[in-house]
Ligand binder design. Sequence first.
Ligand code: ATP
Ligand code: MG
Length: 227
Amino acid sequence: MSSQKPLRLLLLSYPGAGKGTLSSRLLKRMPHINYVSSGDLLRREIAIKSPLGIQASSFISKGLLLPDNMITSVIMDHLKVNSLLSGETSWLLDGFPRTIGQALSLDNELVKYNSSLNLVVEIDVPQAVILKRISSRYIHLASGRVYNLDYNPPKTPGIDDITGEPLTKRSDDTIEVVQNRLNEYSKTITPLREFYEQKGILRVVSGETSDITYPLLEKLVEKELAT
Ligand code: ATP
Ligand code: MG
């Protein structure tokens, strides 16, 4: 895949709709894309018990969103430190922006670099599927790789296929916390969706599993890169 044009892609969806899985598949096809997952970044900070991690965990454990200014500075720092703002780098953003305030802040920063998001894809999965899926989900913390005991199990139970390291359960993947995460999403998605719709960059893909949604996502990305 040639990388003539930078891809600035944001994935939006309810928790558990498969953003992590779809991202892995897309990155395998297009390895030049830089994956930026707000949840993965925060979980790594929590694992090393950094001041940010300790602060973030009080929100995450309850299924509440971090304040906009806190998460925005985490992501902007990550983009700066990894030299992702300038130049022709491609990104896949997973989990940020997820409020209108975050979207406006990101836009304001990108304008300075003569840049902007060029594709926002909303993954539309039925809620009943989501709840079932989260209960059987395991992750590899260091990479963010996601496994599902029902339809995408690791080759060896409890072990990451690539590194051989142990898998863990996300502490916020419990019924009560998931319910709060779903509520937070419902509260914030409408203005965010409208914001990107008005820019003409919002697309929606629907389906119950990533085997259905992935090819649709890939097609949208290829079309965007070809224009
Ligand atoms: P999934 O990973 O299943 O799609 P999710 O979107 O709820 O679910 P993450 O993106 O991993 O999960 O985020 C986990 C938690 O981290 C959120 O519940 C929230 O507390 C915090 N968080 C992550 N991104 C943001 C953000 N952009 N703004 C505020 N809080 C965030
Ligand atoms: Mg995620």
